[in-house]
Design a protein around this ligand. Sequence first.
Ligand code: IFM
Length: 455
Amino acid sequence: MGFSKNFIWGASTASYQIEGAWNEDGKGLSTWDMFTSRPNAIFKNHNGKEACDHYHRYLEDIEIMKKIGLKGYRFSFSWPRIIPEGVGEVNEKGLDFYDRLVDALLEADICPYPTIYHWDYPLNLYKKGGWLNSDSSNWFAEYTRVLADRFTDRIEHWMTINEPQVFTWAGHKEGRHAPGLKLDTESLVCVAHNVLLSHGKAVQTLRSRTKRNLKIGMAPEGIVKIPATNSPQDIEAARQATFSMDSDYLRINTWWMDPVFLGHYPTDGLELLKEKGPVINDGDMEIINQPLDFFGFNNYFSEVVQHGKEGNIQIISQPPGSPRTAYQWDITPSALYWGTKFFYERYGKPIIITENGLSNLDWVSVDGQVHDPQRIDFLTRYLVELEKIIEEGIPVLGYFQWTLMDNFEWGAGYRERFGLVHVDYETQKRTLKDSAKWYARVISENGANLTKNLN
Ligand code: IFM
């Protein structure tokens, strides 16, 4: 029992957060290049122009992955690096970079798990209306065709889109992520529908262009409600809260995952939105509802709920002084247990944890090492919960820690450090943190002895 012998131990990154080389070798601009140049949009006006300079240092980074013993590496393609204007001319030098990256990963025996879109949207397409444009899903399909033709000979596992809930909500409703819009509900719903269509068309494109059998999924934010106790009532309250929609806040599971996996929008959401609901053309839901191979589950923190005396669902706030990350997120390891259980029950697909990790206050100590016992403890706790649910028979194929190395954390700039590897952004020096060495041991033992491995 425990982690299967083929379990994929991995780490995740995303193009804008690590690559840098923002205007090199023909790369076009993304909405993040635009948004980060807006005064005070980002913590201390940081930007991803250089980031971790991974574009030039990918070989060094793969050496680090080898040291850790990663079996899988999740990265994302940068759309504007590959098609600078978003549509039309393809930038060969951009494709060459990913060719080199993928070949070097395979040479190192590390399985590539790319995401097609992790938020760096071509600026030119944004100027044409971006995700609001009814052509946006065709642009996405065309971009996917370029990737499929170039990489499906070597890449078997694909994810279409990272956390659609987050980039639509934070970027198109709250305006604190690129492109910085504050849309009304109808427009946000239109954005969401086009993103869902893009996902569906990307899956169709990958499957129609490939000559091999692909494994395809998405990597949504898995928003989990944890039951306060193991009573059947609390568990049911948590399940219901995980899968309900009681406001037009689209940062939820069902608005996205029900169409993708079940082929329809959730009834409670449609009833709530009424005339603000999506315009659904004939065939749209069939396009969105493509067969998938796994459920990618990103999770960091969750809320605890209980069944209230009046039959309502009550959120229980964490007591003062309870464990929190540097980002001030609650530390709630059992989200991996309950989330994996709930998502498998509802959508019936094997689970891959596609992101999970801790933002911590890490620095290089006087001894030249980076000591991050909190991260080791955090990851241990979450992995123990994951192992528990695996032992109950739920298929979990892999675990991708967020993130390989410290990087540009969107609106928080370089303030938050989530990496297994410390990056000094002045010198680009990489230092493996204690957690990287710990993760290497966990991987070499295939997750056995988790709680004995704390030092
Ligand atoms: O850094 C992000 C990542 O890009 C998407 N998921 C959450 C991470 C931590 O905030």
